[in-house]
Every structure is written in structure tokens, then in C-alpha cells.
Design a binder for this molecule. Structure first.
Ligand code: 5GP
Ligand code: MN
Length: 343
């Protein structure tokens, strides 16, 4: 039996919102990953199966390796279709906010949500949800938001409405947010849920290949270049750093999503507990990705040094400075967290 983690009141309130409305907008965070898109599409398909009108709206593009997901072609991107997005946002009778904990994570889309009087439902597994939502389904113990969407669907409708297509989306989110069940995935419920997803007939090995065996040649070359030339091992700190400048990303024809997974690689080095990847996505604008193992809190580092946050073992942030200054910040973080890194 799967243990119920979502409070029954929250489920009842959420079910009442679905029952009483017909038009929904589902939102997720910028630079959407497998869980952001997977959880959003699963919920969208569920609402449509209930005869509702549902649209997934994202701030910007998702990586190509997710474009095969069912209904991914229906997603509206704010960066591309602002007018159309403004229309569906205005028509929305309720908003579902998935896989983020504060409206600032969705950029300008957050302003539309704030201005609307429609109910706002949060379904998320990050720490510290903001108080901007009417209904909270916030469970940091869940491996992914997709796990929570599974739980919501089954709590409201049982297994009957859970389709193969919804299961593909949910499995993708669970798989990508746990590094293919390598971390944040020790709870036995996760495997009971996977068993239920498999019962819909999904091919989990095919999903794995679609997501991970989908690299371009230039991405492989970029990874090779990084491993050979750009990976720095701070062995006195059990830490590693990768930097990629805007110029280098251009030189390797890096597409959206091409650097996905790169930050995890240094954790394979014996003893490394903390990995940082600084990616200059625009000249002077640096995206920060942090990963750790065990109890090293990279979210504290992200908050303190990189204007960000996230989970204990996977966090991120953003800097507006030169790469040199960003590297200096990283080194200060190592100094500050030295005891913790060696502990
Ligand atoms: P990634 O390295 O994959 O971009 O991000 C890893 C995780 O860090 C995300 O799932 C999210 O939880 C968190 N994260 C990334 N960027 C930010 C940020 O700017 N602010 C906050 N609060 N969390 C972030
Ligand atoms: Mn997630």
C-alpha cells in the first residue's frame, strides 16, 4: 500500500477547484526540466481527460530531448507567444503552479498570476513555499513534483483515469529528478508508484533512451572538452568546478539542454562531495548549478553566494558578473564551507 502523504483537506479543496471550473492554466519554472514539463503535462492530460480545457504555459523553451512527451506540442511559451499567453492567462479560472515555490521563479508570468483573482494551487517538492498560493500541496520529501501529481490524480480519481500518456510524463519527471533513481529515491513508495505506472503499459527502458540517449554529436564533443580541459578538482575541499564561457558555448554550438547533466559528472570523482557549474549563458550573465552528495547543503551555498536556492543536493542561482568574479565567489564558498566539505 502506498502511504498517503498529501493531507486529505488539500486534496478535497483541490478536487473542488477542478469540479467547479472549466478552464485551467498550468505553470512551471523557467528553464523547464523533465520534472517541470512531465508533471505539468501529466496534470494537463488528466484535466483534459476530465473534459476540462487546460493549457501548459512556460516562461521559456524546454530542451529538445523532452519534445517527444505527450502533448508537449501544445505547450505555450511566454518568450515566443506573449499575446496568446496573455489571452489564456486572462481566461484562466484557476492556476496550477508546479515544481516551483515562489512566483518569482516564473518571471513576468508571475505578475499575471498575482493580478488574477483566480485560485492558485501549488504542487511542489521544494522547501519553503511562499504565501502566494491558496491551496498548498508542498512536500519536500517527494522525489519529484511528478510523484505528487500522480498522488493527486489517484487521490481524486483512482487509477481509472491514469492513462499511458500521463504515466509517460510522470515517469519521466520521477526519473530525471532522481538521476535515474540514483538519489532522493530511497522511499519504497516510489517503486510502488512506478509499478502502477508500468501497469498502464509504459516502456520505461524506451523512456530512458528517449531522454538520455539523445545527444547530438556536438554535445558529446562539448562534454569531452569539459572533462579534458575545463574540469577543476579542488581536492583539498572535496569539491570540483566546471566553467563554460559564452564564447565556449558558441564554439561548441551548445543548444538548450546540451549542458544538462554536466554538473553531476564530477561527483563520480572519488571523494568529491560538491560540484559547481558556472555557465555564462549571456555575456556577463552566469547561470549557477550546484550538486552535492550526503548532507552537504548546496542550497545554503546557493542562497549565500549565488542569489538562488533549491534542494539540499541540487540547487542553482544566477550571477551578473564576470567569470573571474564568479570563480572567486565559488572559492570563497569553499573556504566558508571547508569544515562541512571535509566532514
Ligand atoms: P539546475 O542546476 O538543474 O538548473 O537546478 C537545480 C535545482 O536548483 C532546481 O531544480 C531548483 O530547485 C534549484 N534552482 C535553480 N536555480 C534556482 C534559482 O535561481 N533560485 C532558486 N530558489 N532555486 C533554483
Ligand atoms: Mn522537480
Amino acid at each position: 500500500m502506498i502511504e498517503e502523504i498529501i493531507n486529505r483537506n488539500a486534496i478535497d479543496e483541490l478536487a473542488a477547484v477542478i469540479d467547479s471550473k472549466t478552464q485551467f492554466v498550468i505553470l512551471s519554472h523557467k528553464n523547464p526540466d523533465g520534472d517541470a514539463l512531465g508533471s505539468s503535462l501529466a496534470l494537463c492530460l488528466y484535466l483534459r481527460a476530465r473534459g476540462k480545457k487546460a493549457t501548459v504555459v512556460l516562461p521559456n523553451r524546454f530542451p529538445d530531448f523532452l519534445s517527444w512527451l505527450p502533448a508537449a506540442g501544445d505547450v505555450l511559451l511566454y518568450e515566443k507567444e506573449q499575446e496568446k499567453v496573455a489571452e489564456v492567462m486572462a481566461a484562466a479560472e484557476a492556476f496550477f503552479c508546479l515544481d516551483f515555490n515562489t512566483l518569482s521563479r516564473i518571471g513576468e508570468l508571475g505578475d499575471y498570476v498575482k493580478l488574477s483573482s483566480a485560485p492558485k494551487v501549488l504542487v511542489d517538492h521544494h522547501l519553503q513555499p511562499s504565501d502566494e498560493f491558496r491551496i498548498l500541496v508542498s512536500h519536500p520529501e517527494a522525489c519529484s513534483t511528478s510523484e505528487l501529481v500522480y498522488r493527486v490524480i489517484v487521490a481524486i480519481s483512482g487509477d481509472e483515469l491514469l492513462s499511458n500518456e500521463m504515466a509517460q510524463c510522470i515517469y519521466t519527471g520521477m526519473m530525471t529528478d532522481t538521476g535515474s533513481f540514483a538519489y532522493a529515491s530511497a522511499r519504497k513508495d516510489i517503486y510502488l508508484i512506478i509499478a502502477a505506472l508500468l501497469s498502464t503499459g509504459i516502456d520505461k527502458d524506451l523512456i530512458y533512451r528517449k531522454v538520455f540517449y539523445n545527444s547530438s554529436f556536438s554535445r558529446m564533443k562539448l562534454f569531452g572538452y569539459v572533462m579534458y580541459k575545463k574540469l577543476k578538482h579542488y581536492n583539498k575541499y572535496n569539491a570540483a568546478l566546471i566553467t563554460l564561457s559564452y564564447e565556449e558555448l558558441q564554439r561548441f554550438y551548445a543548444q538548450k539542454g546540451d549542458t544538462e547533466g554536466l554538473v553531476n559528472q564530477p561527483l563520480q570523482i572519488k571523494g568529491v562531495r560538491f560540484s559547481c557549474f558556472l555557465r555564462e549563458e549571456q555575456p556577463g550573465k552566469i547561470n549557477v548549478s550546484l550538486r552535492s552528495v550526503d548532507d552537504f547543503p548546496c542550497n545554503s551555498v546557493a542562497e549565500e553566494f549565488f542569489n538562488g536556492g533549491g534542494h539540499k543536493n541540487a540547487s542553482g542561482g544566477e550571477l551578473h558578473c564576470s567569470m573571474e568574479s564568479a570563480v572567486e565567489l565559488f572559492k570563497s564558498a569553499l573556504q566558508k564551507y571547508k569544515d562541512n566539505l571535509l566532514g
